[in-house]
Design a protein around this ligand. Sequence first.
Ligand SMILES: Cc1ncc(COP(=O)(O)O)c(C=O)c1O
Length: 440
Amino acid sequence: MTERDDVLHSWCVQSGWNAPTVVGGSGAWLHLEDGRRILDMSSLAECSNLGHQHPRLIAAIKRQVDELCFVTNAWGAKPRAELARRLLELSGFTGGRVFFTNGGADANEHAVKIARMAAGKPDGKVIARDRSYHGATRLAQALSGDSRTKSESNAEALGVSHVPPPYAYRCPFASTSDGQCGELAAAAVAQRIDEFGSEHVAAVIMEPNAGTNGVVAPDSYWPALRHATAQRGVWLIADEVMSGFGRCGEWFAWQRQGEAARPDLMTLAKGLTGAAAPLGAVVLSREVATRIEDQMLYTGLTYCGHPLSCAAGVAALAAYEDEGLIASSRRRGAELLADLRVLQSRHLVIGDVRGGHGLFAVIELVSDRESRDPIAPWPQLAPALKALSAEAMAEGVSFATRGNLVLLAPPLVISEAELSHALSLLDRLFAKYFPTSKTG
Ligand SMILES: Cc1ncc(COP(=O)(O)O)c(C=O)c1O
């Protein structure tokens, strides 16, 4: 049985959907109905950070099924309490609160709602940036600076304003260094707040480090953004939906820059449960939580903080910790970036490699290193890259591609041998699909 004719699939043209059925998994591998095994180099949607069918997650969900499947937020639930406590401890948001959602988009929607409420600016503007992704619900899509959907989201009507991204390889500010690009991108946010008047701006929402649109912010960016927003009394929301839980080498990517980089709110999903169950969260600082403590919170979704998902979350945090996966992602991310630099030295088509703070890296493909022209105009997927990823899949490795980018975000549990197998396949396929670009 195939779902091809009956399910409306996301992010694709329906007639073009023709994916195999996954029936199981283990570690970094997906098991297909036809018996094949596929090495998953993207953690599906950058979410299965603990790999597939992690025994600890399965056991925790089974235990919770036996004890209590569901109770709404109007009642307490033990795994929800435990998960909130652990998240506040791990993030150091002492005295804050956690609002649970079903996933990332609704976490961002709620973060904006809460930020406006806590600022006492119900119609306050929200500043986001181009080349970002915050989700596909109405407001989350408007927050996203995603060129695929920009024309259909009326950002302005929803009070959202975009600024250029800290995209150092193609710096919109014509900077002369990565550091300067990060500083100028933060200065552009400050300038936009000043243009509106800070009394009219409720929040700035950004991905602190890496995003699925391929931007990896220079280290100078987030601290400068924190400084600019704090100076102007505007809440800073870190969208950690993708970058959290080890993906950027820390529990939360902003932690790379220490205490001074702490945001006011932080949104989570994906790796929060290792994707074993759907769950998102908004973590509020003490100050934000205090401001709304005595106000009526007119929001919430039936399944917010579902006990099965929270039990998976508690188990996921324990697995990251006990298996040392945050630190190992940091170490292995650096090794991955070094390996990608070697690949870059062998293939002229690789214009840039970046990331590597954890097991997340971007390979950017260009037709000419001097001009940096992309192999296809963004966000169109280059035909040669499409063919390359189809052949990789036929050889048993799944890579995420977008436009002229290959995104590497394998499960944090991937072994050295599996990672090196995937990189040698890429090396071979770059030589095949971009033959004139081979340097040695
Ligand atoms: C940074 C970021 N924010 C939000 C989202 C949306 O999360 P969800 O698909 O769970 O709604 C994503 C998903 O890719 C993401 O990468």
